[in-house]
Design a binder for this molecule. Structure first.
Ligand SMILES: Cc1cc2nc3c(=O)[nH]c(=O)nc-3n(C[C@H](O)[C@H](O)[C@H](O)COP(=O)(O)O)c2cc1C
Length: 311
C-alpha cells in the first residue's frame, strides 16, 4: 500500500511536508502546482515550490517530492519538466484536475479533461523529454461536467506514457462536494495497465476499506484528511488498530512546531494565517479544535493566537 500526500496549493508547502512526513506513513509527496504558460521558468520558481530540490528532492525524512506542473502547451510543459528534472526532481506530476475558474479560463487544469487527446499530447511530450529514470505521473478527475469521458481520460494519460494515474473521484463541476465516486475509479482502472491511486474523501480506516472495495485500488492519496488527522497514514498502515492522536499531542507535536517553523522560515503573519488555516482543518476530527478555532480565529498576532490556543 502506497500513501501519497495529495498536493494542496496555498496549504501544503515544504514546511508542512517536512512535518507531516516526519510522523511516518507517507511514501510520496507532490508540490503545489507550478503554472506553466509559454516560457521557461527561472530556477528560483522551482526551488521556491520545491526547496527539497536542494536536498536530493526528498523531505528531511527521506520521502520523495514530485514537482507538479499545470498548463496546456505541451512544448512548454516539456521544457519546464526537463528543467525540473535537471534540478533533481524525483518525479514530474501533471495537473489535469484543478477546478479553479481562473486556471480553467486560461486553459489549464480540469479544462483539459474535456479533450482527452490533449492530455495524451501533454503527457507524451513530457514523457519524451524527461529522462526515463524519472517517473511522469498524471492527476485527473472523473471528467469536467460529467463522467462520460472518464475512461478516455485514463487511457490518454496511460497511452501518453504516465507511469501512475491519480484519480480524484469527482468531476470538475463537483468541486469538493461529497460524496467522492470511488466506484467510478474502478472503470478507469480496468481500462489501463498502469497503477491507479485513488483520491478523495478518505477520512478514516473505514473509508479506506470502502474506497478499496469500490475502486479496487490499494494505493491512495490523502489531502485534507491528513490535515484533519495527522496520524491517519500511520493508522491506515498499522497492523493493530491505532487511535487518532489526542488533542494535546496535536497541539504539542504538530500545531505549535508548525507555527514555530512558519514564523522562523517566513514571518509571524504567515504563521498566523497558516495556523488558522490548519486549525480549521483540524475541526473535522477534533471537537477541541472547534472550541479553539472559535477562541482563536479573531487573533491578530501570532502571540495572541498561540495563547488563545492554549486557553
Ligand atoms: C485548498 C486545496 C488546494 C489544492 N491544490 C491542489 C494542487 O495544487 N494540485 C493538485 O493536483 N490538487 C490540488 N488539490 C486537490 C487535492 O490534491 C485532492 O485531490 C482533493 O483535496 C481531494 O482529496 P482529499 O479529500 O484527500 O483532500 C487541492 C485541494 C484543496 C482543497
Amino acid at each position: 500500500m502506497i500513501i501519497a500526500l495529495a498536493p494542496m496549493e496555498g496549504v501544503i508547502d515544504s514546511i508542512l511536508r517536512e512535518l507531516l512526513t516526519k510522523e511516518g506513513g507517507i511514501d510520496q509527496c507532490t508540490t503545489e502546482f507550478i503554472r506553466v504558460t509559454d516560457r521557461p521558468l527561472p530556477d528560483h520558481i522551482f526551488l521556491r515550490y520545491c526547496p527539497e530540490l536542494r536536498h536530493g528532492g526528498r523531505t528531511k525524512s527521506g520521502v520523495p517530492v514530485y514537482v507538479q506542473l499545470l498548463g496546456s502547451r505541451p512544448e512548454f510543459l516539456a521544457l519546464n519538466a526537463a528543467r525540473a528534472a535537471e534540478l533533481g526532481a524525483l518525479g514530474i506530476d501533471l495537473n489535469f484536475g484543478c477546478p479553479a475558474k481562473t486556471v480553467n479560463r486560461h486553459d489549464g487544469g480540469a479544462t483539459l479533461l474535456k479533450d482527452p487527446p490533449r492530455i495524451f499530447n501533454i503527457v507524451s511530450a513530457v514523457r519524451q523529454i524527461v529522462p526515463a529514470s524519472i517517473p511522469v505521473t498524471a492527476k485527473v478527475r472523473l471528467g469536467f461536467a460529467d463522467q462520460s469521458l472518464s475512461v478516455e481520460i485514463a487511457q490518454a494519460a496511460a497511452d501518453g506514457g504516465a507511469s501512475v494515474l491519480t484519480v480524484h473521484a469527482r468531476t470538475r463541476n463537483e468541486g469538493y462536494e461529497p460524496p467522492a465516486h470511488w466506484e467510478a475509479i474502478a472503470r478507469m482502472r480496468s481500462a489501463i495497465r498502469i497503477p491507479v491511486v485513488a483520491n478523495g474523501d478518505i477520512w478514516s480506516p473505514a473509508d479506506y476499506l470502502e474506497c478499496q472495495r469500490q475502486s479496487g485500488c490499494r494505493d491512495i492519496a490523502l489531502g485534507r484528511p491528513v490535515l484533519a488527522c495527522p496520524n491517519l497514514p500511520l493508522m491506515l498502515k498499522s497492523v493493530s488498530p491505532l487511535a487518532p492522536l489526542r488533542w494535546d499531542q496535536v497541539l504539542a507535536e504538530w500545531l505549535n512546531p508548525f507555527l514555530h517553523s512558519c514564523a522562523q522560515q517566513v514571518s509571524d503573519a504567515f504563521a498566523l494565517a497558516r495556523g488558522k488555516q490548519w486549525l480549521r482543518q483540524l475541526t473535522r476530527q477534533y471537537p477541541e479544535a472547534v472550541d479553539a478555532f472559535a477562541r482563536a480565529r479573531s487573533a491578530s498576532t501570532l502571540v495572541d493566537f498561540t495563547s488563545r490556543l492554549a486557553d
